[in-house]
Design a binder for this molecule. Structure first.
Ligand code: ATP
Ligand code: MG
Length: 292
């Protein structure tokens, strides 16, 4: 695709909403690639739109968060390659916002775990009393902590289409019963481990989304970005306990501004400098809090 930055030694293969994917320039056939470079841009997406302008430093901050969590969750197999296991160097210019990873066969499931009822989960609960087929107790309010974390998968729609919340049974049809159960169990375990670590540092992980893939040996690995402020909702624990449920470290600032200034028809308006700066500052603060 045009517009993607040139990375020396690498060939661009596709653009996500936020990241660019590259294979080594010497790769004849993309499907046969043994290394993949995921380069995070400063783009911010909300409601399936990449917004203007980008958030300065965001790609680097999110990459740092992913690396931090991959390290914290050392027991969970992940997609990072160690430098000794690679042949194509990553240029310094993009190193801080790149992940050098194994190409995996990705499951078409966004593995969402919710510890708190908020966003689309809250919306669905108000209509049906459940989220993705998971029955919840009556009388819960927006932002409430759930009795226990729940797994609410979504179908990862092809580029340009909306991801769609699905039932666990639907994931069994998509990937088979055994893998569906593995994805659920892994997601819940990783969320609980990470949420406990974050809470010790004064931060609530309200919900998050994981992606998994299978490597050439058949092992399921956690892939993509992990527990970044793009894939997760992070709240200040002290503010939350004192009843302030709007104090977030993620792109909620952007979503809130958009909801107030855009009716979700046509293209979204350009974000004002103040929103861009506040979002960048919150991302940096999260990194400091977590010690990432
Ligand atoms: P969004 O995250 O905004 O919904 P997106 O997921 O399409 O959009 P990006 O996150 O920008 O786009 O792009 C990353 C892409 O790389 C995703 O499609 C993800 O599934 C894929 N991916 C991540 N890790 C791997 C891996 N190890 N092997 C193969 N594909 C991967
Ligand atoms: Mg993504």
């Amino acid at each position: 695709m045009s517009g993607a930055p040139v990375v020396e030694g690498w060939r661009h293969v596709s653009s996500g909403k936020v990241r660019e994917l590259y294979v080594p320039a010497s790769t004849a056939d993309v499907a046969g690639a043994t290394e993949l470079l995921l380069v995070a841009s400063d783009r911010v997406s909300a409601y399936d739109f990449a917004l203007e302008p980008p958030i300065p430093g965001k790609g680097e901050l999110l990459t740092r968060l992913s690396r931090f969590w991959f390290e914290q969750l050392g027991d969970v197999p992940n997609h990072l390659l160690t430098p000794s296991g690679t042949t194509t160097p990553v240029p310094d210019a993009v190193a801080a916002r790149s992940m050098h990873v194994m190409p995996l066969r990705m499951f078409p499931v966004e593995c969402v775990v919710r510890g708190y009822l908020v966003g689309s989960g809250w919306a669905e609960y108000q209509e049906t009393g459940s989220v993705c087929g998971v029955e919840l107790p009556a009388g819960l309010s927006d932002g409430d902590r759930l009795p226990e974390p729940i797994y609410t998968p979504a179908y990862k729609a092809p580029q340009g289409e909306h991801d769609e919340n699905i039932s666990f049974e639907r994931t069994e049809e998509l990937v088979g019963a055994a893998d569906a159960a593995s994805l659920r169990d892994l997601s819940l375990a990783v969320y609980s481990e990470a949420a406990a670590i974050a809470l010790q540092r004064g931060v609530v992980i309200a919900d998050t989304k994981f992606e998994f893939g299978r490597d050439a040996d058949g092992l399921i690995r956690i892939a993509d970005e992990v527990l970044t402020s793009d894939s997760s909702r992070y709240w200040d624990a002290v503010a939350y306990e004192s009843g302030n449920r709007t104090d977030s470290f993620d792109k909620q600032i952007v979503r809130d501004w958009l909801s107030a200034h855009w009716d979700r028809t046509g293209t979204p308006p350009v974000l004002p400098d103040e929103v861009v700066e506040r979002t960048a500052a919150r991302y940096r603060e999260l990194i400091e809090r977590l010690g990432a």
